[in-house]
Each structure stands twice: as C-alpha cells, then as structure tokens.
Write a protein that binds this ligand. Sequence first.
Ligand code: B3K
Ligand code: ZN
Length: 868
Amino acid sequence: MQPKAKFRKDYRQPDFTVTDIYLDFQLDPQDTLVTSKLNIQRQNGTATHLRLDGHSFELISVKLNTQPFTQFQQTSDALILEIPVSYEQFELEIQTRLNPAQNTSLQGLYQSGDGICTQCEAEGFRQITYMLDRPDVLAKYRTKLTACKQKYPFLLSNGNRIAQGDLEDGRHWVEWEDPFFKPSYLFAVVAGDFDLLKDTFITMSGREVALEIYVDRGNLDRATWAMESLKRSMKWDEERFGLEYDLDIYMIVAVDFFNMGAMENKGLNIFNSKFVLANPQTATDEDYMGVESVIAHEYFHNWTGNRITCRDWFQLSLKEGLTVFRDQEFTSDLWSRSAKRIEDVRFLRTHQFAEDASPMAHPIRPEKVIEMNNFYTVTVYEKGAEVIRMLHTLLGENKFQEGMKLYVAENDGKAATCEDFVSAMERASGLDLAQFRRWYSQSGTPELTISDDYDEKHQIYRLHVSQYTPPTADQVEKVNLHIPLKVALYGENGQKIHLKYELSSVSDVLDVIHEHQTFEFHSVTQRPVPALLCDFSAPVRLDYNYTPAQLMTLVKFAENDFVRWDALQTLYFNELRTNLQRYQQAQPLRFSTELLEVLTLVLENANKETELTALTLSLPKETEFAESFKLIDPVGIAVAREFMQKTIAEALKERLLVCYNYNKLTNYQVVAEDMAKRALRNVCLSYLAFTDVGNGLVHKHYHNADNMTDMLAALNAATKAQLPCREQLLYDFENKWHQDGLVMDKWFNLQATRPDENVLELVQNLLEHRSFNFKNPNRVRALIGSFATQNPKAFHAIDGSGYRFLVDILMKLNDTNPQVAARIVEPLIKLSRYDTQRQTLMRRGLERLKGIDNLAPDLFEKIEKALK
Ligand code: B3K
Ligand code: ZN
C-alpha cells in the first residue's frame, strides 16, 4: 500500500478532544505495560466515530467509563471506536504492551544505552498508546512510572514530582503532574541511572527554579558548560523578550541514541549527548558553541513552541523558524554578531539553496506532506528564521517586540498558525504585510539582478533591481515577493556616502516589491561602489557584475563586516569559476594577482580583527562552491579548489607563518578572544600544511595541543594535505579515544572525508571498527553521512561505487531507522545537478531502493519525488 499524502488545505478541527490524561508505565526494556486513561470531550455534536492514532504495540484492553468495551475496529495505524451520540464526555482506558529494546526507530518509547526514553515529535506518541496524536489537542498530563529501582534510580516525566514510593519487589515509582496543557508531542519519559548536576535560577519575578542536568555516570565534568548555557539562556529571554520560565523545575537529560539534536519536551528536554557534553579535552570550540545554541533553542521553545504551539504540522515554522531566529539573536548578543551572521549565511546558502533547487523544494509552510519527519528541514528552520529576520528588519526591534507581546497575549495556551503570528506583527506595527505573507507560501530562491548608472551632471545614482524566482519542483508559477534590500554606498577612497532623496535622508533598506524597480539616490558626488544585500537582508541570490577593483574597495573599506567577508567570497567564487573552466578546457590553472593582493592585505590586518580574518581566510568548502553551479562538476571543483589552496599557501607562506606564531596561546579558555586566535591560527595551519614546512608543523601542533580544537585542527590539516605524519596521528587519536563515541565521531568524519583515492574502501572497512555502531545515528552520520555529503569527489565517483555503497546502507537503515535513512539519502536525490552519466547511475540506485519490500514512507516520499 502506498503511503498517503496530507494537505494543508484539508485541515479540520477534531471532532473530539482529550482534556486530561493519566498514564501509568510499568517500565521494562523488553516488556513495558502502559495504561492510559483519557478524558474525552465531544466537540462536534453529531460525530460518532472516534479515530485514535496508534501503531507498533500490542493492544491489551479497552474500557469505556470503566466497563470493558468492544465497539471498535483496529487498523494498521488506528483504533476506530463507535461512541454513542449521547456521550458528551467519557473516560477511555486503554492498555498496551511495548518492547523498547527492540525499537530501533528511536521514536516512541525506546532504549538508549542502559536507559529508557521517549521521542514523541512529530508523531511518536502514537507508538506508545492510542491517542488523538495531533498538536491541536491540548491536555493535562499526570504520569506514574514504575520500574526496578536499582537499574532505573531516576524516573522522570514532565512537570512537577508529586509523589513517590518503593515497592516490596525492588521496584519503585514516581508520579509527575504537568499543570500546563500540552499536545502529545511534548510528552516525555526517562528512566535510568545518571550523574546529576544541580543548580538554581532566580527568575525576574523572584521565583526559584531547580535546574537539573542528567548525564551518563562519569560525565559530570562535561556538563558544566551546558548548565552555564542554560542559565544564560533563561536570563537572556527575560531581558530581550521579557519571557520568564513557568515551572519550578527544568530538566535536561543527555542520551547517546537520538535521531536529531534535542527535544523541547515540557520541563524535560531530552538531548543528543553531542549537544550537552563538553570539556576542553573532548570538545572543540565549535562544539562549545553548538551546545550553547541548542540548549538555548530548546529553552526558548518553552514559549515559542510549548506555551504557544502549532495548530497542525504544516505550521511547523511558526515555532521552528521563530525559535531559530531567537537562538541566533541570543548567540549574536552574547558573542559576535557579524561572525554569527556569516556562519548562518554560509549554512543557508549551502544547504537551503540546495534544498530549494532539489526535488524536496517546499515553502517554509509546506502544502503537502507524506512523512512529517521529512519536513524538519533547513527550509522550515533556517529559511523560516530568515523570514522572521526580514520582519525584524522591516519593523525594527521595538515594533517587533510589540508584535511578539501581542502574539503571546493572543495565543498563549493555544495551538496557533503562521497567520496568527504575521497578523500580530502587522497589527502591532501598522505595516501592510499582505505581499510579505507570500514568503510563507512560495518556495524557491529568488534572484535579484541589479545594475546601476551614475548621472554625473545631476549627481544622481540609480540602482535598477529586478526580481525573479525560478520554478521549483513543487511549484511552477511564482509571484513577486516583498524583499528588504539593505544597501550602502562607498566612495572610491572608502568614505561612506549618505543616502538621500532630494534633500532628505532615506532608509538603507529598500523595499523591493515589483518585478523591475529603480531606486534613485541624490547628491552623490562621485560614482559609488554599492554594497548590496548588507547583512544578507533577504534569503536571495544576488547578481551584480562587480569588478575586482570594486570588490577590493569593499574588502578594504566597508564598515560592515558581513559586506567585507561577502566581497571576498565573491572573489573566491570568481576565481574558482575561472579555474574550473580552464580545467575543463585542459588549460593550465592560474591565480589572479588581485586576489593575492587582497589576501595579503587581509593578513596584514590580521591582528586588528582576528575573528574576521579567520572567517575571510577560510576557503569555501567544495560543497559551498558547488552550490553556485547549476551543473556540478565534483572532480573539477576539487581540483580547482586544491589549486587555490596550494597557491595561496605557497604565495603567502611567510605571512601565514608569522600569523600562526603570533596567535599562539598558553592555556585553553572558552572566551571570544582566544577562540578567535585559535581559529585564525588553525586556518593558517590548514594552508601551511600544503607547504614544505607542513609535516613538521602539523606534527608538532598535534603533540603540543592541550585541547580538542587544536588537536583536531592538526589531524584535519594532516589528512587534507595527505601529510606523511597522518597515519601515525590518526592511529594515536584512535588509540586514545576509541571508547568515546562522541570523540570518535570526529575521527570517523576525518576518515570519511579523506582525499585519498581509496577512501571508499577505508569507509567500508570502518563499518567493522570497534567504535562503530550501526544503531547509533551519530556514528552513522559521522561515517556514512560525511562520506556522502562532505566528500563529493569520492561519493560521485564516475564508476558509481559511491552511490552503490550508499544504497546498500540505506536498504538496511530503512528497516532499522527510516528517519535517519531519509536524512542521508539527500545527496542521492539531487541527481538533476549532475551530468547524464552520473544521473543515470544515481537513478539506478534510487530505483533499486524503491523496489525493496517495506519501503518506509520516509524514503518513499523522497525517492518518489526524485524519480519524477
Ligand atoms: N522540535 C525538535 C525536533 C523534532 C524532530 C522530529 N523529527 C527539536 C527542535 O527543533 O528544537
Ligand atoms: Zn526547534
């Protein structure tokens, strides 16, 4: 049977709702008994069919108002009950039996290591018991957990602990009550043995909140950063958004087996241990930042997601886009705003633009879904956050916060829609957002084509702007969007030109609303260099024919760090493009003197702006370059990029060495200044690895490292430049860390992204490695995911070996963990971006997959679209 699609337009209010739930769990890894008592209320006076979602468990019994009940029909994914019309309100009692240890899908109730936990978003609750498992059914939960006390000393659920006790058979029980109404996807249970880090937070109204972080035994020293991050998040949300925490306890549990980053269950977040655990020996600076932002993100969901939830899953960006925007702002306020912006834009351009150009293209509010888990995407999250950011740009901070207040006041305790949010913003600001709303319904990456002219006589400068959104796989017809275009003008000597129309100042944010539009600036005394799309004011592609001299002016003089970084990006991209062409025409590669000049200048100023230098000096990855081509040549890009890297290294070797030595630190601290120094020093190292001093330098760097950031930088440099020392360093690392899965993920990633010819064979052998575990999503992503997405040259090998390998893996993952399978199939469905030979091979792989028995809806949805 083919999985069925659901459409946004078909939303209907439920006929029945659940007001209260009492859940009783008799927990056991192989044999868990769940008794659920649902208080149900009829919403629609004539409805007699009550359809409850549920699958993957054994149904034991059903009672209606305490009496055994048999008027139901059981299907593969539901229980359909016949409820007499006279029943306005009734209690349904359902008993089910589950096997958490055998649940490798990591949804519903499952075993992780020695513990047991849940994952209910999006539709995992229905794997525990029958339920109206939809986000617009809000109920109050009371939960009793009973389990062996020795094996599971901690029994956790949402809300407040209201009672507990011991049983004579060695088991104990704990009862929890959550006073807030919530949808089933926010329900959570954890049972296990942990080390516990405790702290408290005093809220702005003076209430004390208990903070508890649960980690595997022995990991306590790796939890402090997460705790600090949590407190910073709570404080920030009060200060910037005026939002205060509502329960008396906030718990975070770190588990090793988890399909994504973390989950914002009410009062009981469950995290992938990757985003909790950090100490200097095991985590890099990047990991530290990752932990802080995911902790913040899940915390921020308490208001944007939990207190105000989504009416239906098509509205997912209501909570995700907004919460990503909030965590981005948090990081920007605490660290460096421009660095954060640069990283986010890099990510969006590489991954979201690629998604929009793929068979999976969808608007931030999708119209049609087969498997909801497939829509936790960069589009819903990151483009969703860009849409919120554009609103913020258009409204300004004050009006935006007024809009937030209105949104919260109107929707607290409810299941809302994206429209509710935009409407609040519209009414609070008085702006007309009619055209802006189209960002919610239109997919695809808009292109802004800009040209300019300068009228010297009248001192008028004009920007001619055209917008065009190319058709996408899901939607052919496109309309004009409301695009905020932030600009700045610079004189030849770097002075910023005041923006004027006639005699008055005008905003630097231009409202692009038509297909073609001209913007005029007056009193411009010389032909300016335009900085366009400053701070990436809209998620669009920009096409303006910059000359190298203009870009040089921007790199040198622009006030805005983002503009300077972006100008250098354009130079890198142009350089790569030119050399790729030369490579394809079998001509010798050449490096432009302008770019070397700019880079020399950047290095000269390195000490004044360490962080920005590190960012601008990093060459875009192969996958970043690839995104700017309609037709991707994975081999050519790798060759041209490596040529650039080697040329820069050789030409600037002395300067890079000076910079490398200058930024040496004596001890490890997670503070902005030191992180910037490490980043810059390690970028220098990555270039120097390609010179004659490389082997000695990298070897020494590795052995002198007192932290993971530097150690990994050395390993990375050694493998990318294929230095003689690499095998020995990799061996040393493995020997030291093989018992630590999270650290080994870094090693697996390095192995999978090696430039070596035989990398596929290496990866295949590593499937048998002592630290690898096919059931653990982190391991699978680190080894197999990295190979498929971060080693394009090897994955797209023209003999099809990379594709065959991935398909073999996917066939197995389809049975064990379809959600992870649907993530790592991504590079294979983007077939239209490659030449016909590769396309044919990719298609063959997808067809082989499509033919298997029991193809999960997760893979089915993507493959079906890809083969269209
Ligand atoms: N809301 C969860 C993601 C759930 C994914 C379900 N497949 C984490 C987050 O976005 O905060
Ligand atoms: Zn989220």
